[in-house]
Design a protein around this ligand. Structure first.
Ligand SMILES: O=C(O)CCC(=O)C(=O)O
Ligand SMILES: [Fe+2]
Ligand SMILES: [Zn+2]
Length: 598
């Protein structure tokens, strides 16, 4: 051991050893007796108030030498990456035992070599949530100064309820008890200030914000240095699809979260944040209450910088009455919570699916002739002489596929009226329920189930139906399922939407009986966007004005797949949106034991 090494190992203070143990625990790197380029500082972490700049200030003066300070959240130590061993030794010489770190109030810091490097903190900021846009320098320094004078924070009673945060409202008072506003009580005497309105018009003019979202409510938040805001998603039912936040006074890091994904997004001072689509509807945002932020440095470890006083202007449009029509149900309070027990669900389907199709069979059949190209494509892909079941075959149109006389079909449906139509076409079809299929297991080459599963009124029943369909398949057999999609608007999507006014689309509800339960569901307006996952879709018989309500569960993106994701012995071959429907193609890859007939 060199003299130098001996000296530094002797000097090790028990505080340093403790910090070393903690770092070893975190990163598997030990203190080192021999000099290296990596120096551990005890007592100097973010927990102690350490910041990149204050640590850099305490390092020995030197031209051209670049030190990299590594600070991790919630730690009591810092690591300095030195350009070489000499520099590291100078750092230890200068800092070990010294009280020169200004934020430590005279307490000493201890310094020692580390065997090796530790990783940078992960900023989780490599990408932005989809739909989030940050316009840097969106406001000039002059405008910033002018905007900051628009608020007095005088008389807003909400301010005293909020932690280290003052608020002021314009247009409508934001009520923190309901996370919304009282639509009937606009702040007529306190509209959004003129300079803000002018700025918002500019956003519309530049095509950054749709006119239909032009804000009528403004919340100004003034955060003390270190204050935060809890994770939330601005209420869907209350505010429309574009939210604009102007950030003044200081940079801050905002955390966006969706399921298990968390992204830290640096929001610079004088920037404009536009939250639309997924970032608006499917992610929460929050500001962690803490005195520092970690921000990317370009090269080297992220910089730990002190928070300053920040003022944000959040602009939103209060919806009139229309429900949110987003396709992100997890945080959408416009979607009705709908749950039935199994027997009520069966009763609902009996009245609002089976009996309706019985009543409308011939009229329904008259409107159902064209075969869907993707269904034809699936059938055409099947091997010669395949045996196929069409569950929910309706009037049998799919079984009449051209140029595939080699395929053998068996159809089934709930509606005897529709089966009668099949029989007239000499098609083989029998009456049964898709939850009680009377077919032999594991003998069919293919199963199709088009526009059926969306008539089942619980997710358990939808899942059970799919399991039944799969049980019919032999190994390597394929299943095509198609269901109606909540989102009729996807690119290349449906011809179904006619651009009806969605605000009138959700106005009607109907109360129907489902066994013991009575449920109120939105009545869907033909060719308009869906307002809810569970809806009633009217069927108007042409001859009289008698309207029948059919129950539908319209599927979200990924919902069909998630129903089957933990079913074993299958492979997802394809998943696609086709003319307003979600479709999946599954292949059976192995036979489940109890399915094999003996
Ligand atoms: O201060 C911010 O950046 C966010 C404010 C916010 O999320 C809100 O007012 O809903
Ligand atoms: Fe918000
Ligand atoms: Zn929504």
């Amino acid at each position: 051991m060199s003299d130098h090494a001996k000296r530094s190992s002797k000097k090790r203070h028990k505080k340093l050893i403790k910090a070393g143990k903690s770092l070893e625990n975190d990163f598997g790197v030990k203190l080192s007796a021999a000099p290296t380029k990596f120096v551990l500082l005890s007592n100097a972490g973010l927990v102690n108030g350490g910041l990149t700049s204050s640590i850099l200030r305490a390092l020995p003066e030197s031209d051209n030498l670049h030190y990299d300070v590594v600070l991790h959240p919630d730690k009591t130590y810092a690591v300095v990456r030195c350009p070489n061993i000499e520099a590291a030794s100078a750092v230890i010489e200068n800092l070990d035992g010294s009280s020169s770190l200004d934020y430590l109030d005279g307490q000493p810091v201890h310094a020692g070599y580390l065997e090796g490097d530790i990783p940078d903190p992960d900023l989780q900021s490599s990408s932005l949530p989809s739909g989030l846009e940050i316009i840097e320098n969106g406001l000039s320094p002059e405008d910033e100064a002018a905007w900051l004078k628009l608020c007095s924070f005088d008389d807003d009673s909400a301010s005293c309820l909020l932690k280290n945060r003052l608020v002021e409202h314009f247009g409508y008072r934001f009520d923190y008890a309901i996370n919304g506003v009282n639509r009937d009580d606009p702040l007529l005497e306190k509209p959004i200030p003129e300079p803000c309105t002018k700025f918002l018009k500019g956003l519309v003019h530049r095509g950054l914000m749709p006119e239909s979202c032009f804000p009528n409510q403004l919340t100004v938040n003034r955060y003390e240095a270190g204050a935060g805001i809890p994770a939330h998603c601005d209420t869907h039912s209350m505010f429309s699809s574009c939210i604009v936040v102007v950030s003044l006074g200081a940079d801050v890091v905002v955390n966006y979260r969706k399921d298990d994904t968390e992204l830290s997004v640096l929001i610079p001072r004088r920037s404009v944040t536009l939250m639309q689509d997924e970032s608006r509807y499917a992610w929460t945002h929050s500001i962690i209450p803490r005195k520092y932020d970690l921000i990317p440095s370009g090269s080297g470890a992220p910089l730990a910088v002190a928070r300053g006083v920040r003022t944000s202007f959040t602009f939103r449009r209060v919806r009139s009455q229309e429900a949110c029509d987003c396709s992100f149900p997890s945080l959408c309070d416009s979607r009705l919570k709908f749950s039935l027990d199994e027997s009520d669900a069966a009763q609902l389907e009996k009245l609002h699916v089976h009996e309706v199709y019985e009543n409308i069979a011939s009229h329904f059949s008259d409107t159902r002739h064209s075969q869907w190209p993707k269904v034809v494509e699936f059938l055409n892909s099947l091997p010669d002489c395949s045996l196929v079941v069409d569950v929910g075959c309706g009037n049998g149109k799919n079984m009449l596929i051209k140029n595939r006389e080699d395929l053998s079909f068996i159809g089934c449906d709930r509606s005897s009226g529709l089966l009668e139509i099949c029989r007239r076409k000499n098609l083989q079809a029998l009456q049964c329920d898709c939850l009680a299929l009377p077919f032999r297991h594991a003998v069919f080459d293919a199963v199709i189930c088009i526009a059926v599963i969306h008539h089942l009124s619980t997710s358990l029943r939808r899942r059970q139906a799919i399991e039944q369909l799969l049980s019919l398949l032999k190994k390597d057999g394929k299943l095509l399922i198609s269901v109606w999609a909540f989102d009729q608007n996807l690119r290349g999507g449906s011809k179904y939407l006619k651009g009806g006014d969605p605000s009138t689309a959700t106005a009607r509800h109907a109360c129907i009986r489902a066994g013991k339960a009575e449920v109120t569901l939105p009545v869907h307006t033909n060719r308009c966007a869906f307002s809810n996952s569970d809806v009633l879709v009217p069927w108007k018989k042409s001859e009289n004005n008698d309207t029948q309500q059919r129950y539908y569960h319209v599927f979200d993106k990924g919902e069909l797949r998630s129903l089957v994701q933990d079913i074993e012995g299958i492979e997802l071959l394809d998943e696609y949106h086709d003319e307003g429907n979600w479709c999946i193609i599954l292949k059976k890859t192995q036979q489940v034991l109890n399915e094999v007939e003996t």
